[in-house]
Write a protein that binds this ligand. Structure first.
Ligand code: AMP
Length: 203
């Protein structure tokens, strides 16, 4: 199963991706996590990405496309993967198409987290407060000002992907404002319907 989780920052993609990993045994490929690891490790990519990430802007397509292309060839991706936070631009979406078709693979579904963006800012402030209270490091880009820039980047560069995947018949919406378990149930229903469709097409 190959899935894309699409939605603005703070929509709950990461939380749901982790649940999907547990239920379906396929890895979560979060470009945000990979980039943060590169920053932490002080690699060349990390050095180039850090300032851009701290400002809430998008890292270049070339960098993220290269990271993902390398990652999906690893053994744990053989049965599928969940793309979380990628693709985020039309150039990246075209790159995904190419990466998959080069390998004879197909995308099963793109799950769009439909949210109320005013509520998102509140959610992210809460996430930062909870992390702080738990003694965990707070993401620099979770400050309200940077978060708003991330949201602007989403509407400018990522939201066109909704139309892109709708036109391909791959888009499935879930209510990202519902509680965590309800969102998981909606995603599972989407996956059951997708698997049925694939089965019918094959049979
Ligand atoms: P995330 O953890 O998905 O919210 O990503 C954190 C930050 O990493 C983003 O604000 C971007 O600066 C960068 N980033 C993550 N994924 C991408 C991507 N697909 N394209 C460009 N930049 C990305």
């Amino acid at each position: 199963m190959r899935l894309i989780l699409l939605g603005p920052p703070g929509a709950g993609k990461g939380t749901q991706a982790l649940r999907l990993v547990g239920r379906h045994g396929i890895p979560q490929l979060s470009t945000g996590d990979m980039l943060r690891a590169a920053v932490q490790a002080g690699t060349e990519v990390g050095k180039r990405a850090k300032a851009v990430m701290d400002a809430g802007e998008l890292v270049s397509d070339a960098i993220v496309n290269a990271i993902v292309a390398e990652r999906i060839d690893q053994a744990d991706c053989a049965n599928g993967f969940i793309l979380d936070g990628y693709p985020r631009t039309l150039v990246q979406a075209d790159a995904v198409e190419e990466m998959l078709s080069d390998r004879g693979l197909e995308l099963d579904a793109v799950i769009e987290f439909v949210v109320d963006d005013k509520a998102l800012v509140g959610r992210i402030v809460k996430r930062a407060e909870e992390a702080k209270a738990a003694g965990l490091p707070v993401r620099k880009d979770d400050s309200p000002a940077v978060f708003e820039e991330r949201l602007r980047e989403y509407y400018k560069k990522t939201s066109p992907l909704i139309g892109y995947y709708y036109a391909k018949g791959k888009l499935r919406g879930v209510d990202g404002m519902a509680d965590i378990d309800a969102v998981t149930q909606q995603i599972e229903a989407v996956l059951r319907a997708t698997t049925r469709q694939v089965g019918q097409a094959a049979g």
